[in-house]
Design a protein around this ligand. Structure first.
Ligand code: AQP
Length: 334
C-alpha cells in the first residue's frame, strides 16, 4: 500500500513556494484517501541556529499553516519531528550507512554552507541522512516535494539500497519522489533564476502566506517581468524565466495547466495579466491566511494536535526502528 510522508522546516514564515510546492499537494494526497504523514521538521531547522522562543512559535505557526491548508489531523498524522525519537535514532544508523562522498555532492549543503563550509554545523552536512530517516521510519513509499529536494530523495534511495545490500535484507522500500504540477519550483518575484525562499533577505521576492490582500497585490504588480505580451504557446516562454514563473503560479493556483493559462492570456500584456493573477492569488490565499490567524489563537489546541499526532507516528516508527536495530545486530535486552 502507498504511504505518503513529507515535512517542512519551521525555519521562518511559509511562502507561496511552500504552499504550491508542498502544502497544497499534501492536502490533495490526503483527500485521495492515501495514508498521509506530515511533519514539522524541527530537528532539521536547528542545523542552523534558531532562537529557541522563535522556534517554538514558528513550529506552532507552521502547524497552523498545515491546518489552514486543509490538512485534517484526524485523517493525516500531523506532528513535530523532535517528539518522535525514532527520527534521530534512525538517522544515526543512516549516518553510518551514507558515505562522506555522497553528502559532499549535495548542492543544498554547498548553497547553505556558503564559502566557509568549515564553519557549517555537522548537522547541516548530515541533513540528508536525517531526511532519509524521516521517510524510512515509516516505510513511506511516496514523498511529495518541490524540485529542490530531488537530490536529497535520490540520496534517500541510495541509503535504503545500501542498507538492504549491506545486511542482505529487503527491508527499506525504495521511495518515489512525487514532483509534479505546474509549481514544483516557484521562483523569486525579483529574479526568475532564484527559488522563492523564506530566507531571501528581500521580502518583495516572495509572497508570505500571512501577507494581506494589499501586500499580495502590490508584490505581484511590482514583480519583475519583460515588456513583451504573453506568448500563445509554451515554447514562447523559453528564455523568459519571470514570465514563465507568473504563468506557472497562475496555473497552480487555478488548477490549470500552463498551456491552458496561455490559451486564455496569450497575446495580452502584463498590464492585464498581473491584476488577474493578483485577484486570483488574493482569492486563494486570503482564506488560508485568515484560518492561520484563527488557529494561532489557540496554541494549546495546536500542541494537543501535535502531541496526538506524535503518539500515532511513534506507534508506526518504533517497531520499524526496533527491527532496524535487530537487523544491524544491536543487542536488545529490555
Ligand atoms: N520555491 C519553491 N517552489 C516549490 N516548492 C518549494 N519548497 C520550498 N520552496 C519552494 C518546498 O517546500 C517544502 C518545504 O521546504 P523546507 O521547509 O525544507 O524549506 P526549503 O526547501 O529550504 O524552503 P525555503 O523556503 O527555501 O527555506 P530556506 O529559505 O530556509 O532555505 C519542500 O518540499 C520544498 O521542496
Amino acid at each position: 500500500p502507498q504511504r505518503v510522508f513529507s515535512g517542512i522546516q519551521p525555519s521562518g514564515g511559509l511562502t507561496l513556494g511552500n504552499y504550491l510546492g508542498a502544502l497544497k499537494r499534501f492536502a490533495t494526497a490526503q483527500d485521495a484517501g492515501i495514508q498521509t504523514i506530515y511533519c514539522m521538521v524541527d530537528l532539521h531547522a536547528i542545523t542552523v541556529w534558531q532562537d529557541p522562543e522563535n522556534l517554538r512559535r514558528a513550529t506552532r505557526e507552521l502547524a497552523a499553516g498545515f491546518l489552514a491548508s486543509g490538512i485534517d489531523p484526524t485523517r493525516s498524522i500531523l506532528f513535530n519531528q523532535s517528539q518522535v525519537s525514532a527520527h534521530a535514532e534512525l538517522a544515526w544508523v543512516f549516518n553510518c550507512v551514507a558515505r562522506m562522498g555522497w553528502l559532499q555532492r549535495m548542492t543544498q549543503f554547498k548553497d547553505k554552507a556558503g564559502k566557509n563550509s568549515q564553519n557549517a554545523s555537522v548537522g547541516l552536512f548530515a541533513y540528508p541522512a536525517l531526511m532519509a530517516a524521516d521517510i524510512m521510519a515509516y516505510h513511506a513509499t511516496h514523498v511529495p516535494v518541490g524540485e529542490d529536494q530531488k537530490q536529497h530523495l535520490e540520496l534517500t534511495r541510495d541509503i535504503a539500497i545500501k542498507f538492504n545490500n549491506d545486511f542482505g535484507v529487503d527491508f527499506f522500500p525504495i521511495v518515489e519522489p512525487v514532483i509534479e504540477g505546474a509549481a514544483t519550483r516557484v521562483m523569486s518575484l525579483r529574479d526568475g533564476t532564484k527559488k522563492m525562499s523564506k530566507s531571501d533577505p528581500s521580502d518583495q521576492s516572495r509572497i508570505n502566506l500571512t501577507d494581506n490582500a494589499d501586500t499580495i497585490s502590490t508584490k505581484i504588480r511590482k514583480a519583475r517581468t519583460d515588456a513583451e505580451p504573453l506568448p500563445e504557446s509554451l515554447e514562447g516562454l523559453d528564455g523568459r524565466a519571470e514570465a514563465r514563473n507568473l504563468v506557472n503560479i497562475y496555473a497552480a493556483l487555478a488548477d490549470l495547466t500552463p498551456a491552458q493559462v496561455l490559451a486564455q492570456y496569450g497575446g495580452q500584456g502584463f498590464g492585464a495579466f498581473k491584476p488577474a493573477l493578483a485577484d486570483l492569488a488574493v482569492d486563494k490565499l486570503s482564506p488560508i491566511s485568515a484560518e492561520m490567524t484563527r488557529f494561532m489563537q489557540d496554541p494549546a489546541e495546536i500542541d494537543r494536535i501535535l502531541g496526538d499526532g506524535a503518539d500515532r507516528a511513534d506507534a508506526i516508527a518504533s517497531p520499524i526502528l526496533d527491527q532496524t536495530y535487530d537487523i544491524v545486530g544491536l543487542l536488545r535486552s529490555r
